[in-house]
Write a protein that binds this ligand. Structure first.
Ligand SMILES: Cc1cc2nc3c(=O)[nH]c(=O)nc-3n(C[C@H](O)[C@H](O)[C@H](O)COP(=O)(O)O)c2cc1C
Length: 136
């Protein structure tokens, strides 16, 4: 029997600084979820009053296209890539884009990002995955 080609998914995480208020966030989540549904991308957008932290997963080309749209948006700035790696399972398979607001905890995302040890990429991924499952 011929083997099916193995197509790994891409798992991508970044954080950025918010330049918009709650109404704009609702709107962008609705639009982004529509794009993601059409492209086979799933994910989680965590936000506190100051930051966005977004987890995306899907076929590499589709995640890449979403990242270009995200980077072009003037609703945020200072995008910092925290993880980008192949994966074979989705964490958010039920959500085109789930949103989680961390109201009143403006330091939560900064604390998480600061606590990542970039010399240990696998440790970063594990920490990001467990954080995502905790807040989702
Ligand atoms: C924090 C943030 C998260 C976003 N997430 C996604 C996403 O998951 N998928 C996507 O296709 N676009 C995403 N975008 C891009 C927005 O969907 C895009 O800026 C919005 O649809 C505006 O598009 P328009 O300029 O075509 O109206 C994101 C943008 C921001 C600022």
């Amino acid at each position: 029997m011929p083997l099916l080609p193995f197509k790994p998914l891409t798992f991508f995480v970044y954080r950025s600084l918010k330049l918009c208020g709650p109404n704009a966030v609702d709107d962008l989540v609705a639009r982004s979820a529509r794009n993601n549904r059409a492209a086979g991308v799933t994910g989680l957008l965590v936000h506190d009053p100051v930051h966005f932290l977004q987890f995306l997963e899907g076929p590499m080309e589709a995640v890449g296209a979403a990242v270009l749209r995200i980077a072009a948006s003037d609703l945020h700035t200072d995008m910092t890539n925290l993880a980008c790696e192949p994966t074979d399972m989705r964490l958010f398979s039920d959500w085109s884009l789930r949103a989680a607001a961390l109201d009143g905890r403006g330091s939560a995302i900064a604390d998480l990002a600061d606590s990542l040890d970039i010399s240990d990429p696998q440790g970063c991924i594990l920490r990001l995955r467990s954080y995502a499952l905790q807040v989702a």
